[in-house]
Design a protein around this ligand. Structure first.
Ligand code: SF4
Ligand code: SF4
Length: 589
């Protein structure tokens, strides 16, 4: 039977068909929907959200060692977090097949960088597969589990945004039920001490030779000969772009397995065509292998080394011309990224933006949008969990150099705090820091589309579970009780008081803003704890002096024209704007 699936749905299906038993992930665009679809197979596959990617990888490793097929999924930057166990897992090898899905984001549609994780496979020396459509996403996931067991290696399945989110026809198959491989204690294989590691390293080199021999004959590394004038060497979604531009007139070598690289096959192909183009997105990964083999080709001197490719870019790069497209008369409406109407972060960021002499270190999540005007309340943003620790470094440096006027406030979300912010806060307390850490607890993982996390009280499979108590956790790592402030972020007085007190102290302080994301499906606990009854605000035009102070809160529901007005449909009645109006012109209705 055939059905239409996105690449991410197909990966989940491939995992199911491939006899997967354990899956773990940390949500991150464009990988999030993989686990959200695996949960549809929860009768056969145990699946969970992990607090971060390293934990997801380690849990998948444990499941593999226990004898079942397992996977971990994450976005490309997540692999940086998971790299520590991955590199050693490449040494030990697996018991049950194990696949790490890296969903890369060329063009940074929703990421802080656009790193090319094909380099990770080569650096960690793990077998890598690169699907180019939904069918291959399913097939390669399944194949990856098999190859993992055959070659005793973890497998990197490298997806990209366009493959993850595009839809295509997929032929469905049946699930293979894999028997659990009985557990045997094997210290020499799984305990990576230096003595064992030296042997593992030799084995790894042998394994690579076997994998390369396979790569040269693997069906997924496909030459398609259509003449000897031009040959295209490509992989992943770039194959689709190349096909659209060059059609059936040229020959192709489509690489489905790109580590180890099938060098014999590549040399054979290169010997049969007069001119070679390497069409690949991002880094010159294939290209560098060709250079090392002394093969002449045209690649990154014409194909951009940044941003996402598309057929038009490839056509322009190779032929110097664009295809005539359909002209549309209307421009798309410009929608700059902004916090949603009623977002519980708005009140906090508004109050913070009014403080003088503050350096604000930010993090990855919805609250990064606090950097956008008019709030402009974030000064730095590097990586998940980095706000508190980079704020700590800044605060210590300012203290050391005698600059006591500039205060440091670090902002992080609840899920990101659980991801790796806890370690950073521990660092602040342990090293007697002085930045104010703000945990913006909106009761869900917001930006990736509302996944549960250790603070929400629910698992991925929908079961109720223990909820992490953030204030108690802060105390457990050494934060003084009197330095922990819990505030309703929609109440500007509360936020201001907490900020003023916390920032005045020369010791670690924490402010926890607690209010559910306005787009969240409220849980029974949310309904019990918070007043979430529907409300609206509107502007009394008789009282309004058009001072536009309310526009400064940056709410998309407030429109500024001849009159200042609140859009009834999008307003949620959070009343942040009401507290800003000096003329009491904003009323709850
Ligand atoms: S009350 Fe004001 S700030 Fe809140 S959603 Fe409505 S318009 Fe926006
Ligand atoms: S802050 Fe009050 S007076 Fe000023 S524009 Fe807004 S509603 Fe009108």
């Amino acid at each position: 039977m055939k059905t239409i699936m996105t690449g991410n749905e197909a990966v989940a299906r491939g995992a199911y068909e491939g006899g997967l038993v354990f899956a773990s992930a940390y949500p991150g665009t464009p990988s999030t929907e993989i686990l959200e679809n695996i949960v549809n197979y929860k009768d056969d596959i145990y699946c969970e959200w992990a607090p971060n990617e390293k934990v997801a990888m380690e849990a998948a490793i444990g499941a593999s060692v226990a004898g079942v097929r397992s996977m971990a999924a994450m976005k490309h930057v997540g692999v940086n977090v998971a790299a520590d166990p991955l590199f050693t897992f490449a040494y030990t090898g697996v018991t049950g097949g194990c696949v790490l899905v890296s969903a890369d984001d060329p063009g940074m549609h929703s990421s802080q960088n656009e790193q090319d994780n094909r380099n990770y496979a080569a650096a960690a020396r793990v077998l890598m597969l690169e699907p180019s459509d939904s069918q291959e996403s399913k097939d390669f996931m399944r194949l990856g589990l098999e190859l993992s067991e055959i070659f005793d290696t973890p497998v990197l399945l490298r997806m990209t945004t366009r493959v993850c989110h595009s839809k295509g026809l997929v032929e469905l198959g049946d699930r293979v039920e894999m028997p659990v491989i009985p557990y045997e204690k094997n210290i020499k294989k799984f305990v990576a001490t230096p003595a064992n590691g030296k042997v593992m390293r030799k084995n790894l080199v042998q394994r690579l030779k076997a994998m390369e021999a396979y790569a040269n004959t693997a069906e997924i590394n496909k030459p398609e000969y259509n003449g000897d004038e031009i040959g295209i060497i490509t992989s992943g979604v770039s194959y689709q772009y190349a096909r659209e531009v060059f059609g059936d007139e040229v020959s192709y070598l489509k690489l489905g397995m790109t580590f180890p690289m099938p060098m014999d096959l590549i040399k054979q192909f290169a010997g049969k065509v007069k001119k070679i183009y390497v069409i690949e997105e991002m880094d010159p990964y294939i290209e560098n292998h060709l250079k090392m083999a002394g093969i002449q080709f045209i690649g990154k001197e014409v194909i951009p080394e940044y941003d996402e490719l598309n057929p038009d870019i490839v056509r322009k790069a190779v032929f110097g011309e664009r295809e005539e497209g359909i002209k549309v008369s209307q421009e798309a409406v410009v929608r700059p990224p902004t916090l949603c109407a009623g977002c519980p972060h708005r009140g906090f960021f508004y109050a913070l933006s009014k403080k003088k002499n503050v350096m604000i270190t930010g993090d990855i999540g919805c609250y990064t949008l606090g950097s956008a005007p008019p709030l402009s309340a974030i000064d730095t943003c590097f990586c998940m969990g980095g706000s508190i620790s980079s704020g700590h470094g800044a605060a210590q440096a300012l203290r050391k150099t005698g600059n006591h006027d500039l205060k440091v406030v670090s902002v992080i979300g609840d899920s990101t705090f659980f991801h790796s912010g806890i370690n950073s806060l521990m660092d602040v307390v342990y090293n007697k820091g002085c930045n104010t850490s703000v945990i913006l607890d909106n009761r869900i993982t917001g930006m990736t589309g509302h996944q549960q996390n250790p603070g929400t009280g629910y698992t991925l499979m929908g079961e109720g579970t223990e909820e992490v108590d953030i204030p108690k956790l802060c105390q457990a790592i050494g934060m003084k009780e009197e330095n922990i402030y819990i505030v309703n972020p929609n109440k500007l007085d509360e936020v201001n008081k907490a900020l003023d007190e916390a920032m005045a102290k020369d010791e670690p302080t924490v402010i926890i803003t607690k209010w559910p994301c306005i787009l969240k499906k409220f849980s029974p606990q949310d309904k019990k704890e918070f007043d979430l009854s529907p409300k609206k605000c509107s502007i009394n035009q008789d009282k309004c002096k058009k001072c536009k102070l309310c526009v400064g809160v940056g709410c998309p529901a407030i429109h500024s024209g001849d009159n200042i007005e609140i859009d009834k449909v999008s307003c949620t009645g959070c009343a942040v704007c009401k507290q800003v109006c000096p003329f009491n012109a904003i009323e709850e209705v």
